[in-house]
Design a protein around this ligand. Structure first.
Ligand SMILES: O=P(O)(O)OC[C@H]1O[C@H](OP(=O)(O)OP(=O)(O)O)[C@H](O)[C@@H]1O
Ligand SMILES: O=C(O)c1cc(=O)[nH]c(=O)[nH]1
Ligand SMILES: [Mg+2]
Length: 193
């Protein structure tokens, strides 16, 4: 799929929100990609994840044992992408704030591909890589639907992005006046009580 085709899916689903958003990294942005509004539609999700699975197959060597999704945003795309790759999908979720594979066993040396929804700074993927390495898994690559860093995020493993779409983000102490004027909202699940 082309970048425009991917963004059209987000546009059609009303998933490109404008306002003042607190991102999971703490950065602020005037744009939020509300992926849940895409993933609520099985047909749109299938189209995106089929294309992502094709990219994963062509850009990784050898067999993959598992797809791993970082909860919450990675759950649905990891599951749907795994269906097209023909391997099981598991997930990491936060326990005391840290990602952990709480519900599954994984044999040491298992080859995994992380499937995320959105990448901004790459922080969530780096945390997922760390959790998987701690249990002896081999992270072959990570993949995402949209990379908001447009290739700049350093995650320490190859990143396969279905689309790169650069969106501005600012530190909280360096906001442009038009953002300062809007009360911020935090849509994601990190640090939810
Ligand atoms: O590259 P990063 O700077 O880490 O940003 C991207 C992450 O932010 C969102 O997760 P969030 O923690 O907001 O919660 P969610 O998965 O519940 O949406 C998204 O699902 C990615 O995991
Ligand atoms: O960086 C984030 O937290 C983030 C950005 C975005 O556009 N969508 C999302 O779900 N998370
Ligand atoms: Mg997430």
């Amino acid at each position: 799929m082309s970048v425009d085709e991917v963004l059209d899916v987000f546009r059609e689903a009303g998933a490109i929100l404008e306002g003042h958003f607190i991102l999971t990294s703490g950065l602020r942005s005037p744009v939020f990609l509300q992926k849940a509004r895409v993933f609520m539609h099985a047909d749109k999700t299938e189209r995106l994840c089929r294309a992502l699975a094709q990219r994963i197959r062509s850009e990784t060597d050898g067999a993959i044992d598992y797809v791993v999704g970082p909860a919450v945003g990675g759950l649905i795309p990891a599951y749907e992408t795994s269906r097209h790759l023909g391997v099981p999908a598991v997930w990491v979720e936060r326990e005391d704030g840290k990602f952990r594979l709480r519900r599954f066993e994984m044999e040491p040396g298992a080859k995994v591909v992380i499937v995320e929804d959105i990448v901004t700074t790459g922080l969530s993927i780096r945390e997922t890589v760390e959790a998987l390495r701690q249990i002896g898994a081999e992270v072959v690559a990570a993949a995402c639907i949209i990379d908001r860093s447009a290739g700049k995020a350093d995650i320490g493993v190859p990143l396969i992005a279905l689309a790169e779409y650069e969106v501005p983000a600012y530190s909280a102490d360096n906001l442009p006046p038009e953002l300062s004027a809007i009360p911020p909202v935090k849509p994601g699940s990190r640090n939810l009580g």
